[in-house]
Structure formats: structure tokens, C-alpha cells
Design a protein around this ligand. Structure first.
Ligand SMILES: NC(=O)c1ccc[n+]([C@@H]2O[C@H](COP(=O)([O-])OP(=O)(O)OC[C@H]3O[C@@H](n4cnc5c(N)ncnc54)[C@H](OP(=O)(O)O)[C@@H]3O)[C@@H](O)[C@H]2O)c1
Length: 325
């Protein structure tokens, strides 16, 4: 099969190249998916570069060579074949989910990381959903967002943020989104009542106080963001200072370390990739309560450019990769 393959760590456009490789083996609990589309997440450039470096000895990356030779964590496509223990899916089913190695014609995915594709989405739209949407819904839930509360979403125009704004509005909360000038209208259109342009205003020093702050972008430390929380407010930290060694872990660790000493709740958050999480998102999409926002799409051969665009940190929504148009 054709795939975008990396043999060493480095810059996406330097280490990724198209190659003919074996179709993945299908374990008893796996589903072989014929990939129609995937999308790039920040996760992908971390793996392509092998950064934060700390992830290599921790076994997530591989010390000298990447653990996943093929990037692409989100997948949408059709079931080609099922492992002998899989009863949930059958060949021909249209599915989406979390498939490491989806920048390829086929990917083997554990059955419990797949769900039926939302019937009202194209494969490309569906591929924009999995990791970003579940991060948004689980992050807001980790912060226990209620309908009478105010939420600050920092990074409201990105892959996760565009889902988080819509979901917070759906809950009924008063949403303030943070993004740069060119994305202000997008964030407003998605349902934010207030938008802060971070190029014009320092988010951490404004007069407003929020019950929940969800940090998906920017370099604000948990200590700085405490200043915009109510006395019992919560910070959900899923983003860090981006240093080469600690990457996103930096601010997450700071939040955990500071939490016991303050009245507010400062939480590091990581999304859990499950079928149940996808099924809940499917319900919201099919009800018309949630739509994916796609900035740009690239053919598989240009998948490195998709990852590079996400690495630059300013996509307006998701960046997709079309494997089989
Ligand atoms: N913990 C988990 O399980 C998990 C899962 C998925 C993602 N994540 C993390 O969550 C973060 C967001 O992911 P994503 O896919 O949404 O990334 P993304 O698509 O690259 O979005 C980044 C967002 O950050 C904003 N931003 C950039 N610079 C900023 C600044 N100086 N101040 C405020 N906002 C700024 C961007 O706005 P403009 O474009 O307008 O500049 C954009 O809205 C990433 O760090 C990712 O690693 C964590």
C-alpha cells in the first residue's frame, strides 16, 4: 500500500516521504480500515520530531527512531476486514476513529477506538473530528462546566477550540474565545459571545473572571491564568510552554504542582480515546449541534505540509489529509 513514512525524527518536510509498504497485520481485536481521509493534530508533529524529547525514554516515541513510522492519528474510511474477535463491525461499514498510521491507504485500528461515521458528514469532515472533538468535550467536562457559568477558551479558533466553543454554547455557558485577529469572526460565528484578540489584549490581565479556563493555545502559565479565575474557578490545562524537552508537559506539571496550594482547581488534562466518546460526538453532529471546521486539506503526498501547518500553531479549525478522494 502507499503511505507517508518517516524513518528518523526531524522536520516533517525533511523526514516524511511516500513509500510502498506492507498492509498492516490485523490482530484479533483489530479492524482493517481502508482510509478515505485523515487529519493532522499537534500530536503528529510531536511524533515526527520526537519532541518533547522526554517522550522518547518514556516509551511513547522510541529512543532513536519513531515508534509510529506512519503519522495520522485520526481516520475516516470503510471497514475492509475484521479480526476474529470483532463482532461490532463488518466489511463495508463507514467508520471513523483513532488509527495511528492513518496517512496510508490502510490502517489497523483496535475495534474499541472506532465508531460508525456520522451519517451527515463526508469522510473528510469525519476525519476532522475524532481527537479534537473528544478533547473538547472531555476537557469541558473535566472542568464541570454548567449552563450558568462563564468559560474562557484560549485557542478558540484551532482544531480543539472550534469544537469547544460550540460545545460550551450547547451546554448554555457564556463563552469567551481567545484567538488572533483573523479568526475573531470565525469564533464569534461558532457561538462565542465575547472574543479576545490576543494580539491586542493580554488575556491574563483583563478584569473579567471565569468559572472555567480551558487552555489550548498561548504561553500563559497556570499562575498567570489564576488571576482570571473566580475564587473557586477551574483551569483545565491541556497545553504547555512548548520547550524542546518538556513540550506541553511543562505547564501541565506546573498546574498539578500548584493545585494543592490554591483555592481554585488547576488540572492537567489528557483525552481518552474511546468508542463511547465518539458515539456521543456522533449524536451531537447528527442532531446538528456540532460541525467540524476545516481550514485546508492536502492530498496524502503532501501530508508533511498538513503537519507543518498545524505545527505553526494557527490553523482556523482542522487540517485534513485526503487519502482516497
Ligand atoms: N491533552 C490532550 O489529550 C490533547 C488532545 C488534543 C490536543 N491537545 C493539545 O491542545 C492544544 C490545542 O490543540 P489544537 O489541535 O486545537 O491546536 P491548533 O489547531 O494548532 O490550535 C491552536 C490554537 O491556539 C491559538 N493560539 C496560538 N498562539 C496563541 C497565543 N499566543 N495566545 C492564545 N492563543 C494562541 C490559535 O489561535 P490563532 O490561530 O488565532 O493564532 C489556535 O486557536 C495543543 O497544544 C495540543 O497538543 C491536547
Amino acid at each position: 500500500m502507499k503511505a507517508l513514512v518517516q524513518t528518523k525524527y526531524g522536520a516533517p518536510q525533511e523526514v516524511l516521504a511516500m513509500a510502498d509498504v506492507e498492509v498492516p497485520t490485523v490482530g484479533p481485536d483489530d479492524v482493517l480500515v481502508r482510509v478515505r481521509a485523515s487529519s493532522a493534530n499537534p500530536w503528529d508533529w510531536h511524533f515526527v520530531r520526537g519532541e518533547p524529547v522526554l517522550m522518547r525514554p518514556a516509551g511513547i516515541g522510541g529512543i532513536r527512531t519513531p515508534r509510529f513510522a506512519i503519522p495520522g492519528g485520526d481516520v475516516a474510511g470503510t471497514v475492509e476486514r475484521c479480526g476474529r474477535k470483532v463482532t461490532e463491525f463488518a466489511p463495508g461499514d463507514e467508520v471513523y476513529g483513532f488509527g495511528h498510521g492513518a496517512f496510508a491507504e490502510f490502517v489497523a485500528v483496535p475495534y474499541d477506538k472506532l465508531a460508525r461515521k456520522p451519517s451527515n458528514l463526508t469522510f473528510e469532515q469525519a476525519a476532522a473530528v475524532p481527537l479534537a472533538a473528544i478533547t473538547a468535550i472531555q476537557g469541558l467536562r473535566a472542568g464541570d462546566l454548567q449552563s450558568d457559568q462563564k468559560v474562557l477558551i484560549i485557542g478558540a479558533s484551532g482544531g480543539v477550540g472550534t469544537f469547544a466553543v460550540q460545545l460550551a454554547r450547547h451546554i448554555g455557558a457564556e463563552v469567551t474565545g481567545v484567538c488572533s485577529t483573523s479568526n475573531v469572526e470565525l469564533v464569534r460565528r461558532l457561538g462565542a459571545e465575547h472574543v479576545i484578540d490576543y494580539t491586542e489584549q493580554d488575556v491574563a490581565s483583563g478584569p473579567a473572571r471565569y468559572d472555567l479556563a480551558f487552555q489550548l493555545g498561548g504561553t500563559y502559565s497556570p499562575a498567570a491564568l489564576r488571576r482570571v479565575l473566580t475564587d473557586r474557578g477551574t483551569l483545565i490545562q491541556s497545553y504547555g510552554d512548548g520547550s524542546r524537552w518538556l513540550g506541553p508537559l511543562g505547564n501541565m506539571l506546573k498546574a498539578v504542582a500548584l493545585n494543592p496550594f490554591v483555592g481554585q482547581t488547576l488540572k492537567a488534562f489528557t483525552a481518552k480515546e474511546t468508542t463511547a466518546a465518539l458515539d456521543e460526538i456522533t449524536g451531537l453532529i447528527e442532531a446538528g449541534d456540532l460541525v467540524p471546521v476545516i481550514d485546508r486539506s492536502f492530498p496524502l503526498a503532501d501530508g508533511a505540509a498538513a503537519i507543518r501547518l498545524v505545527e505553526q500553531g494557527h490553523p482556523a479549525g482542522k487540517v485534513t489529509v485526503i487519502v482516497d478522494p
